[in-house]
Structure formats: C-alpha cells, structure tokens
Design a protein around this ligand. Structure first.
Ligand code: UDP
Length: 403
C-alpha cells in the first residue's frame, strides 16, 4: 500500500483523488520550503510530513534550513516576540546580523532557490532571502505562522519591506493578515494523522508513560505540551492547577516540553517554571528530546484534559493533536486556538488561571462531558485540520499563482 492509500483510509478516496488532480500540473515541479529549524516547534513538525506527501504526489519537494550564529537567533526570537506584540527594540547591530545571515544563506542556497518553481519561506527568519534572488525563476510565498495581529509597529515596518516583493503571503487566520501589495491567502496549519505523534497506540504504550513518569492512572491528569516560552503561559497553567487542586486534591499535572534549536529563551523560562512548581510532587516537568513523538502521543492519550493556556498563539498544533485524540482542550482565548476550540463544544476558552481552573473542575466532575466534548473535538479536527486539507489549499494556491 502506498502512503496515499494510508491517507485515503482516514480522509476518504475522494480527498486523495482531488489531491492527485490538483497536483497533476506540478509533476516534477521543484517546490522548496525554507525555515530555520529541523526540529522543535510547529513549523518543523508540519514540514517533516508535508515534504514526503508532496513527493508522493509527484512533486519534486525539498526542505532547506537556514543557519546562523547565536545573535541571529536572538534577533529572530526578538522579531517573533515583537510580531506577537512585545515592545522590544531590536538594535541596528542585531538587524545587521539578521541581514548578513540571510545574505550568507542565500549564497549557500543559490542554486536550489534560483531554479525552484515555488519557494515557501516560513516565518521571519528567512524572509530577507528573496532580495538576493533577482533572477529567480519561480513564485515565492511568505508563510507566516505566528500571531501577527498586533505587531510592534517598528519591527513590522522593518520586516514588511522584505515581504512586499513576494508573490503571495499566507496567514493562518484573518485576524493575523496584513495589507500587502500581493495576494493574501488564509490557510490554517494541520496535523498528520499517520505520524508517530498522532497514530493510534496500543493501551500498553499509555501504561508505559504512566510507569516511566510515576503517574497514577487512577488519579486525574491534566497536561500541557509546549516549548518553555512565556507566550505559552506555563506559570498560568501551574496556577490553574493549584486552584483546581484545592477542590480535587488527587489532581496531577504534566508540563512536557523540549527545546527548539532556534529558540534561545527556553532555558530561562524552564527555570521560572521549576521554581513555580517547587515542592509539589504532583507537578511533573518533563524535558523531552526532540524525537519523543510517540511519548507525547501517549501522554496526550493518558491525560483527561489537555491545556494550552497560551496568551498568544499562531495556531497551536498541540491543541489539534489533543483534539484528534478525543480530548477536550482548555485553551487560551487567543489566535489560532479560537479557530479550533469552539467554546463549550470542542473545549473551553479561558483567559485567566481562575477561568481555566473552573473548567478543569467542571469537566473532571462530569466524565460524560469529557467524552462528549472530546468526540466533537476529534470530528472537528478530522473535518478541518488534517494534512490532506492543508496540502489541498497549498496546491490550490500554487494553481492560482500559475496564472
Ligand atoms: N512539541 C514536541 N516536543 C515538545 C514540545 C512540543 O514535539 O517538547 C511539538 C508539539 O507536539 C507540536 C509542536 O511541537 O507538534 C508545537 O507546535 P505548536 O503549534 O503547538 O507551537 P509552536 O512551538 O510552533 O509555537
């Protein structure tokens, strides 16, 4: 059986036939995706699966990763934070490193990007590559994954000049889109139901994570999976847990995270989280390696409720992953979480630790509600947020750019 047959089992034959039809004009076409990390975070997660699926459809798809020194990541993390609303001044020196790193990577990627028929540039890190390709052959698309609804103006103004010459931009939802002199597409991300992160597991695999992390399967478990990043509000999760635990003393919390190679702030935030959790043996902070997909899958299945209490969120693949496993998600009332968590139906939106604690208590007192919401959540993801829908929209965009 081919990979496409496997997807047909989940999404249906019609969906696959439609993909094949849309991909037909692109047999042999060179499509290059560019981002700044191969592991960690949602973009890497998506590209790991999107590239093979494009290849399976006959497209000559590849993935390039730009690299830089530590100051480059310091600058791009600053851009990420400012696009999500933080007011931080980025010095001329750091911006100089940003531009120089893009120029160096442009040389390293010269052949592949000059010849490509389509180039998808993900997020701000590689956005300044385009200016180094005056003789480019193909269409270039800037794909913004972050919540850029309220950017810090000086940084957006600086970045915008690199983005203007692109042939199109993609944002995950309308609230993030900006006026640009080229077509704007709204395409939410997706998960791959066949990846290790999301495939069905034997009950033994879930038992194993309980044992490995000395969690008690008889007691309620809430979970947040996230990089240690303040936008993910791990401290707010601990506060929500502490408030709920006053009424549910047997409650257990797992905060599972790892590092992304392009995120230099993780260590500091992890320290803050450890301090906030200090002294409570029922708070489990797990530092997982970047390839712990099966383990995260098992943890998401082990949890009764999954939290994603972000205060800014481009999309939140962790939300999609949990919903696909039939879990109600209590998510921050922001960005892409709003697209997925339909309040009171597929989960709850909560803006404060108090609000999240209230919903934790509500659900844990009513297991039938957990099942009902979880089932709605699973169907919602099947219908809207699987990789097959995502790829269909990329292909439709590519068709549109041909004319
Ligand atoms: N993830 C992981 N290990 C971790 C933390 C996160 O594999 O320790 C994965 C998570 O399962 C999800 C992705 O990284 O697939 C995070 O994507 P999301 O959109 O939730 O957030 P981002 O990190 O891109 O802001």
């Amino acid at each position: 059986m081919s990979l496409l047959d496997d997807y047909a089992q989940i999404s249906g034959n019609d969906v696959i036939a439609h993909l094949q039809q849309l991909a037909a004009p692109f047999h042999g076409a060179r499509v290059v995706h560019v981002n700044s990390t191969r592991v960690g975070g949602g973009v890497a997660e998506i590209l790991t699966k999107m590239i093979p699926l494009m290849q399976e459809l006959g497209i000559n798809a590849s993935w390039e990763v730009i690299t830089g020194e530590s100051q480059f990541y310091e600058c791009t993390k600053g851009m990420h934070n400012t696009l999500q609303g933080n007011q931080i001044h980025l010095s001329d020196k750091l911006l100089g490193v940003y531009e120089r790193t893009n120029a160096e990577n442009a040389e390293a990627l010269r052949e592949s990007l000059t010849e490509a028929d389509f180039v998808f540039i993900h997020d701000p890190q590689p956005a300044a590559l385009l200016q180094h390709f005056p003789n480019r052959k193909g269409k270039w698309i800037w794909r913004c994954h972050i919540d850029a609804s309220h950017p810090y103006r000086p940084v957006w103004k600086y970045l915008r000049k690199f983005i203007v010459p692109y042939d199109a931009s993609i944002f995950s939802l309308a609230a993030f889109a900006h006026e640009l002199p080229h077509p704007i597409y709204l395409i939410p991300p997706s998960i791959d139901p066949l990846s290790d992160k999301n495939i069905e597991l034997e009950p033994g695999a879930v038992r194993q994570v309980y044992e490995k992390y000395t969690l008690d399967p008889e007691r309620p478990l809430i979970l947040q999976v996230s990089r240690f990043d303040r936008f993910k509000d791990p401290i707010g999760v601990i506060e929500a847990y502490q408030l709920a635990k006053k009424y549910l003393p047997s409650l257990q919390l797992v905060l599972a995270g790892g590092e992304a190679t392009d995120d230099p702030e993780g260590g500091v935030v992890l320290g803050e989280v450890q301090e906030a959790a200090y002294g409570d043996p029922d708070i489990n902070i797990l530092l997982l390696p970047s390839d712990a997909h099966l383990e995260i899958n098992a943890l998401q299945r082990a949890a009764d409720i999954v939290l994603q209490k972000s205060i800014r969120e481009g999309f939140g693949l962790t939300v999609t992953e949990a919903m696909w496993k039939g879990k109600p998600v209590i998510g921050g009332d922001v960005g892409g979480i709003r697209l997925q968590v339909i309040n009171h139906h597929t989960g709850f939106l909560a803006s404060t630790p108090e609000g999240a604690a209230l919903r934790i208590r509500y659900l844990l007192y009513q297991p039938a509600k957990i099942r009902e919401m979880g089932e709605k959540a699973r169907v919602f993801v099947r219908d809207n947020f699987l990789i097959t829908r995502h790829l269909r929209e990329y292909l439709a965009l590519m068709v549109a750019l041909l004319y």
